[in-house]
Design a protein around this ligand. Structure first.
Ligand code: AMP
Length: 296
């Protein structure tokens, strides 16, 4: 596995791969790897001739009061894990390398989808995400890029950007990887104290409560959202931001779950803000819920 800190090195590597007729798979990340990241890298390894992973904590997608400075980082460990998972190249630039002129003047507007839910709670977040991903796409030139369903709205925004700006890239959504007790894996989970760690389980429990209510016949989004909110609010250490049921394709709010929808939840648990989501499929009966990873 090779490692480069420069865009020039990245471009040279991917150009050489394409010259060898190898399709490039790309996995953009902020590092501090867990099994969720590694599942993306492994899938890229299975599906593509060359696998490029970026590790870059992107200041553009953090608000002024957010955790850019304290976001967990461990490059040496990440490099070892990326190598084991099958990466061919890791691109790990410094901020100056990605943004040599400081904050870019021209950025990618994520549109209305970028203003809702995560975008409403984190103004400018999706503009930062779209801008860095567009820049990475330009430099890597992958045929397919891999994103986790854990960040459901991010996946929707990226799909929309790729369609609207005609990037010749296939976007692959990958199922959420969870801890054995149901907590969605996240780099930010390391911030949790033992008490907060168990309180954080209320997010996946709340989502499962909604899945269970749906399987029992409940179709009202308001009732399903209430099931999530009640579960989360029962934990003193958890401060709910939103619980929402949206159309799985359009991301619009739905009144009734008549076709597959997505349940979303976001909450602050101590220091970190955590998000999770699950598939709400009205075709799945009482015995069916599968932790909501969905068909992907
Ligand atoms: P991050 O480093 O948090 O920006 O995440 C990099 C990529 O890994 C994104 O596409 C995430 O959606 C994905 N990812 C993060 N956590 C998980 C998880 N628990 N399961 C699946 N994918 C994940």
């Amino acid at each position: 596995m090779e490692v480069t800190r420069t865009r020039k090195g990245l471009r040279a590597f991917t150009a050489a791969q394409r010259a060898m007729r190898k399709a490039v798979g790309f996995v953009p990340t902020m590092g501090f790897f867990h099994e969720g990241h590694l599942s993306l890298i492994r899938r890229a390894r299975e599906e593509r001739g060359a696998v490029v992973v970026s590790i870059f904590v992107n200041p553009l997608q953090f608000g002024p009061s957010e955790d850019f400075g304290s976001y967990p980082r461990d490059l040496d460990r990440d490099l070892e894990l990326a190598r084991e998972a099958g990466a061919d190249l890791v691109f790990a630039p410094e901020v100056d390398e990605m943004y040599p002129g400081g904050r870019p003047e021209i950025t990618v507007d994520p549109g209305a989808l970028g203003d809702r839910y995560e975008g409403a709670s984190r103004p400018g977040h999706f503009r930062g995400v779209c801008t860095v991903v567009a820049k990475l796409f330009q430099t890597v030139g992958p045929s397919r890029a891999y994103f986790g369903e854990k960040d459901w709205q991010q996946l929707a925004v990226i799909r929309r950007m790729v369609a609207d700006l005609a990037f010749p890239i296939d976007v692959a959504g990958c199922p959420i990887v969870r801890e054995p007790d149901g907590l969605a894996m996240s780099s930010r989970n390391v911030y949790l104290s033992p008490d907060e760690r168990s309180a954080a389980l209320s997010l996946s429990r709340g989502l499962l409560a909604a899945v269970g209510r749906l399987a029992a016949g409940e179709r009202s989004s308001a009732a399903l959202e209430a099931a999530i909110a009640e579960t989360v609010d029962a934990e003193r250490l958890v401060d709910l931001d939103y619980a929402a049921v949206v159309d799985a394709e359009t991301f619009d709010e739905v009144e009734e779950v008549a076709r597959p929808a997505r349940a979303l939840v976001a909450a602050r648990v101590g220091k970190p803000r955590l998000i999770d989501n699950m598939l709400l499929d009205p075709a799945v009966g009482e015995n069916g819920p599968d932790m909501g990873t969905g068909a992907s």
